[in-house]
Design a protein around this ligand. Sequence first.
Ligand code: UDX
Length: 448
Amino acid sequence: MSVFGMGYVGLCTAVCFASRGFKVIGVDVEHEKVETINRGIPIIHEEGLPTLLAESLRKGLFNCTLDFKEAIRATSTSFITVGTPGKPNGSTDLSQIEDVSRKIGLALRDKSDYHLVVVKSTVPPGTSEHLVKRVIEEEAGKRCGEGFGLCVNPEFLREGSAVYDTFQPDRIIIGEYDEKSGSLLEDFYRAFYAKAPPILRTTMVNAELIKYASNAFLAMKISFINTMANICERIPNADVTVVAKGIGLDKRIGPSFLNAGLGYGGSCLPKDVKALIRFAEQLNYEPELIKAVEAVNSKQALKAVELAKEALHGLKGKRIAILGLSFKPGTNDMREAVSIKVVKELLKEEANVVVYDPVAIPNAKRILPEEVEYAASTFECIKGADCCIIVTEWDEFKRLKPEDYLKLMRRPIVVDGRRIYDPREYLGKVNYLAIGLGPVQTGLNRPF
Ligand code: UDX
């Protein structure tokens, strides 16, 4: 099989397929990326990927190329995994999808064997039918269902656990143009998994919708618990982590995605929520609930700055330490990271900002404003600071003790933006402020 687009999803998918003995060709338009991957260097930080990549290259089960025609000729199935970035108005930029469909079509013109095309990229409902199918048909001079088949097969990989998620998915969604296409893809997955997860076969448009609905629902859970957090903060002795635990025990609700914090970031949730809003609006429907999810999230990051400002009675000239820059732990990805908003707001308030992250600093240097100071370790970051804000819940920050903050900081004010500490351990020792924690009478914390 061939995988078009060696980004996050493409590379992980290709290497995982190869690791189970399938012969996979990765295709990309960037010469340097192709070379780098072929040298065994994964272009992304993902647990388990370097070993799997090295093994599949060594066994000759995977290689990367710029030659899309050869990739189509040598394979029977092509997965499309190119990026679908958001435009400034929230709608989706489909230029890479169009470009890759054109190339696949062009290559299929010269191929007589049947070929299955599978859209894995997240695309607005209707795209596979009205763009991918149309363009391939035009370029190939063949009709879908005759010369080639088409499926929509969204992925639900989380960054940081993409390899695990590929091997242990909750479900596989197959949106099929026709039965033959769906059956071919189902057969592949049944061969790939010793014990296949539930497989749902449906229309292409439903499969496209399922991806957006899943991400919007997850985002809704986060904005819901952050709303509860904002309410809790106004109630003495209330704590959103306990509220989340209590509601999560209800099987109908479930415990996951109820961690209150500074909001969601990353390459998917923010983009997909915005795209769904734009998509619904184009259908003349006002998606009020989803708009509220977005609105809550866009304000949530600034809560950290408000808490710091309140504790310090103004931020001008204060040294603020930021622990964590990536959009979540386990990745160096800074796309739509909450840290960007926090840092920019602090600089607007004329604070001096020093940051630390175990892996994201090289990426951060390309994104954050020049004034930002970079520390080489957690301790160096908090040393001499007037306030420390936890932005990403890396394990090494969890290991810090109140005594570390007391010893190193100029003023021991800790704003726990991800609820990584137990308030019982911290309250009374340092000035501990946290998302979703109501005022507690200790003398050191905020007054009632
Ligand atoms: C997400 C989806 O989970 C995945 O299924 C889809 O394919 C791609 O988008 P990912 O972007 O890797 O995956 O990150 P995820 O683990 O879902 O976290 C997204 C954001 O939500 C992070 O910024 C995280 O910090 C935040 N989050 C998550 C919370 O604030 N609270 C939670 O309870 C869970």
